[in-house]
Design a binder for this molecule. Structure first.
Ligand code: ADP
Length: 385
């Protein structure tokens, strides 16, 4: 999915459940606030268009400020940038996406929001394995997904279907969050399991994924949600608050790890001036929109997209499209870099993937600060085809 160029998002995290009512939005809101409390720049997108509740849960239901002709700035709440259908549906003026199909609405909200720079975008996914959920999962370069369930819902085959859907789309499933699984006695601190102790463990073993957290049932979680201030903010020391913040740290670690996994890494080789390799080398499908990256000649690279399209481009032409702050004015979007600033025989030192969404080109003039998102590369490929 192409998001706007004023937006730069490092990691997308999906928070998923098979059914409504298991606490998915609550977990998403607490995670986002927990990450913001840890100093990260966080966005929270309410993708649950059937029951939008994020505005209420985050305590800000005001209308987003307009940006440009049809865009919006996100709402700020507790240090998190939030967009929710709830923030938009109460308006009397017709919405640009009113009448659009559900997943169209999600895509538009994401795309037309000026998120700015974010470390993490938490997406509260629509529950179930229907259209909206799959479209979102297909269109975004998720670093990972977490599955939220209560112990009694775990046996349902549908949860398995959701997990398999992510896996088929090559989105790593980080693990399971078992919500409302036990009750901590306020007086004595004893943990009382509500549905037996082992449902989550057995499930995780079967699906070969970690049990990320067990969150107790706690009336304060509910009260905090109703008051528009997720629990971790005021109650980090309660057992439920500790469990939610531990979960936050686990996820932050997983996101960090996902960034260090390099999907593509091409070191430039000394090819003779006459040697040219226009055919992509054999590769396994990456599961992403970019399948393969390789060196074509001394100064050309090739990209094979998932649909089989092959794009060959020169280092110099790509360098001229560099979106980094040294090459493009962040505010006016005007190009600072001039063609005469780039030497005619520019070549590449290396191409590296960043997360599951972008490539970094290291050019032989020392420039390496531009991140080329996969969807932007695709746009450039289509323009120059
Ligand atoms: P979903 O997004 O899965 O539909 P919600 O996050 O809206 O579910 O949660 C449903 C209800 O359960 C809300 O009232 C919420 O405050 C409450 N809730 C969620 N998790 C807990 C918990 N661990 N303890 C107590 N109440 C919870």
């Amino acid at each position: 999915m192409a998001h706007q160029e004023h937006t730069s998002i490092k990691h997308f995290l999906a928070v998923y459940s098979n059914k409504g009512g298991v606490g998915k939005s609550t977990i998403a809101a607490n995670l986002a606030c927990g990450m913001a409390m840890r100093g990260f720049r966080v966005g929270l997108m309410d993708g649950d268009v059937h029951g939008p509740s994020m505005g209420l849960m985050m305590g800000n239901e005001s209308h987003p400020e307009p940006f440009g002709e049809s865009g919006y700035f996100p709402i700020e709440a507790h240090g998190v940038r939030v967009m929710s259908m709830a923030n938009l549906v109460n308006e009397e003026t017709p919405l640009i996406w009113r009448g659009a199909r559900v997943h169209g609405a999600l895509t538009q909200i994401l795309n037309q929001t000026n998120w700015g720079e974010l470390d993490i975008m938490v997406i509260d996914m629509p529950p179930g394995t229907g259209d909206a959920q799959l479209t979102l999962a297909q269109g975004l370069p998720f670093a990972g997904a977490i599955i939220v369930s209560t112990p009694q819902e775990l046996s349902l085959l549908d949860t398995a279907r959701g997990i398999n859907a992510f896996r088929q789309l090559k989105v790593p499933v980080f693990g399971l969050v078992e919500n409302m699984s036990f009750f901590v006695c306020d007086a004595c601190g004893d943990e009382n399991p509500l549905f037996g102790n082992s449902a989550g463990e057995i499930f995780c073993e079967e699906f070969d994924m970690p049990l990320l957290a067990r969150i107790p049932i706690d009336p304060e979680i509910c009260n905090a949600g109703d008051a528009g201030k997720p629990l971790v903010i005021d109650y980090p020391e309660r057992p439920s608050g500790k469990a939610l913040l531990n979960l936050t740290d686990t996820i932050l670690m997983k996101l960090e790890e996902s960034q260090t996994v390099q999907l593509f890494h091409v070191e430039w080789q000394d090819l003779g001036f006459l040697e040219r390799r226009p055919t992509p080398p054999p590769s396994e499908p990456s599961g992403l929109s970019v399948n393969n990256v390789w060196q074509v000649s001394t100064d050309e690279f090739g990209i094979e997209f998932a649909d089989g399209k092959v794009w060959i481009q020169s280092a110099r032409n790509l360098r001229l499209e560099c979106p980094c702050a040294a090459c493009v004015n962040e505010w006016t979007h005007e190009k600072i870099l001039k063609p005469e600033d780039v030497k005619p025989d520019l070549s590449i030192v290396a191409i590296q993937s960043v997360g599951r969404y972008a490539l970094r080109f290291v050019f032989d003039d020392g420039h390496d600060s531009g991140l080329f998102h996969f969807d932007r590369l695709r746009k450039l490929a289509d323009q120059t085809a």
